[in-house]
Design a protein around this ligand. Structure first.
Ligand SMILES: *Cc1c(COP(=O)(O)O)cnc(C)c1O
Length: 364
């Protein structure tokens, strides 16, 4: 059955992105390696990063593989990483630190709050051993958008290695990687660039990467080894997701055709504002009151005790839309994403379907 994905990724892609996958490529082929190199360069230019200062490393697997690749490859034996947590993706980074026996501390705030630079500052004063800082930009758990600027400045002033999971934000909102002096930024093929799942990418400050060549705790996710091989001629170390790479290459062209990241951000923002406004007219309350991001929104279950997510989900699916269950620890929510090949007309249509559901739900 055909439906649109109102999820945080994989998301609805264009026909032309899907069609780009109708070719079987050889991983040794020059043409294919050139595509890899073009993708790496294009991602740097989207981030406004100079190819002298930064590089891009593509890594097989979903986004989490990319985050784990960075954490398990760049945190050295004498490092101590402070992980900021306000949702499940921050907590996932903590699990990775634990699994790899990294020295780490956790700074956690509520899921509807953002990490504060002032708090981090006092943590640093109390613990001068902290040498790295890891945080999520858009916490997809709730849809909150964490602020990077002040924390980035703090990381820079204190010479902390700064690692950002920008999985669900990169490509969908301008992020000035150079100005923020981000050392490692991770995102993936199936989020705001609007490709299909299969690999993650890391924008890395070369100087930091070159100092961190021997720390990797795994073979497959060794960020430096992958970089060294890829840097030669665009060859990935192990089998790469060839079809996904072709789709991503096409998706990057379509991002340009849309007018670039700022234009895409405006589309997402328009979708999101429309969604929240119309949902509130129907009586659905958002979980996030402040710092709502433009990508995905958590809505509280309506007050009626009869609300059943599965029933709601099936109704929407039968009417052409798939949404996401909630992920907030303390309250029942569902989530609606508005990224991907989604336009205000789709939001209008979705809201009509939801309005219709509210009328029929408690009868059937
Ligand atoms: C999607 C996402 C990830 C990666 O999740 P995967 O399921 O591994 O793709 C990591 N962090 C955030 C904030 C995300 O939105």
């Amino acid at each position: 059955m055909d439906y649109k994905l109102l999820t945080p990724g994989p998301l609805t892609t264009t026909q032309t992105v899907k069609q780009a996958m109708m070719v079987d490529h050889c991983t040794w082929d020059e043409e294919y390696k050139t595509i890899t190199q073009e993708i790496r360069q294009k991602l740097l230019s989207l981030a406004g990063a100079s190819p002298v200062e930064y590089t891009t490393i593509l890594m097989q697997g979903s986004g989490s593989f990319g985050v784990e690749s960075v954490l398990s490859s760049v945190i050295g034996p004498t490092d101590h990483v402070l992980v900021c947590v306000n949702g499940a993706y921050g907590r996932r980074m903590v699990s990775m630190c634990e699994r790899h026996h990294l020295a780490y501390s956790v700074y956690e705030v509520a899921e509807d709050e953002i990490p504060q630079a002032t708090d981090i500052k006092s943590i640093l004063v109390n613990d001068p051993t902290i040498s790295a800082l890891a945080m999520v930009h858009s916490e997809t758990t709730s849809g909150i958008l964490n602020e990077l600027e002040e924390i980035a400045a703090l990381a820079k002033d204190n010479e902390l290695l700064f690692i950002v999971d920008a999985m669900s934000s990169f490509g969908g909102i301008p992020i000035d990687v150079t100005a923020l002096s981000i050392d490692f930024l991770v995102s993936s093929s199936n989020k705001c660039i609007q490709g299909v799942p299969g690999f993650s990418f890391t924008l890395a400050k070369r100087a930091q990467l070159e100092q961190r060549t021997e720390f990797s705790r795994t073979v497959s996710l060794d960020l430096y080894d992958q970089y060294e091989t890829m840097e030669k001629d665009g060859k990935w170390r192990f089998t790469s997701p060839t079809h996904t790479v072709l789709a991503f290459h096409q998706a990057l062209k379509e991002l340009d055709a849309e007018g670039g990241i700022y234009q895409r951000y405006m589309r997402y923002l328009t979708n999101n504002r429309l969604l929240r406004q119309k949902m509130s007219e129907l009586g659905y309350q958002p979980f996030i009151k402040q710092h709502q991001g433009p990508f995905i929104t958590s809505f509280l279950y309506p007050k009626q005790s009869a609300f059943n997510f599965d029933h709601f989900y099936q109704h929407l699916k039968q009417n052409g839309f798939v949404i996401y269950p909630g992920k907030i620890s303390s309250v029942d929510c569902f989530r609606i994403g508005n990224i991907g090949e989604i336009y205000p007309e789709d939001i209008d249509q979705l809201v009509k379907v939801i309005e219709n559901y509210s009328e029929v739900a408690y009868v059937s």
